[in-house]
Design a binder for this molecule. Sequence first.
Ligand SMILES: [Zn+2]
Length: 307
Amino acid sequence: MADFFTRSFTPAATGFCGSRIDRADHMRRDPQAVAAARMHPGARWLPFDTLRPLLADGALLWIDRAQIPADALEVFLGLEDGAPRFAIALPARVTESLTSGNPAAEAQDARGAAMTLPADQAAIVAHGRSLIDWHQRHGFCANCGAPTNIAKAGYARACARDRGGCGAEHFPRTDPVVIMLAIDGDKCLLGRQPSFPARFMSALAGFVEPGESIEEAVRRELHEEAGIRTARVTYVASQPWPFPSSLMIGAFAEAVTTDIRLDEDELEEARWFTRAEVEAVLSGDGPFLTPPPMAIAWTLMKTWVDA
Ligand SMILES: [Zn+2]
């Protein structure tokens, strides 16, 4: 068999991926095009109530222009089969009126929604949730403290010169996070954070720091959290993780040491598990519990046991 770390992998699609929306960047920069899109008869808005998407009957609840309040935060998501799509942050009173006429409608936590929605719809939730969350937390310029205004149909905020501001532009952030399995022959390393549910184990993860490559972040995190030294790092897959706006970058790392030394601020347990153990866990019959298939940690474990 070829050396594991010279192989390439074909993982299953990861959660929050597969949106069919064309992000239509050329329209974002054209206020007239966005205004026309809002008047398009096929235009629809996906409402979020405190970052929870509205769902009905197992699908996203898209509303039309007549149902949206005039003062709500709105971002342009793009075009779906040529029809404009927006996300909107609803005041609570509007959510009540929208759901009161539709007993099946409810605002649902985005994690829960992603477990039940078709993949392409969960991907739209990730897109809208991350953007709305960013706008709601960036009302003031990080450079000078003046108020900012929404710009580029939701893909920027501009510091308000007419209110004494410096005019700086700010863009929605995406925070890279590495998530990885250290591999030692037929074993992989999993750990549990103190906040995890009972019996739950997952891949180790951490934010990429400024001035660091993905490979360097993988090696640093494994060493900091578990005391493991690693050599080669192989990219496996990625996924957006809209809590609030991470990009999870999944990798395998070649262990060159195996003695575990825990950082107890980060992990309460880390252990090496055999392929047979992880395989049993993924089929629901193992010694611990794993993240669901919508999470890239699951994808990493599944790709490893199938490799
Ligand atoms: Zn400013």
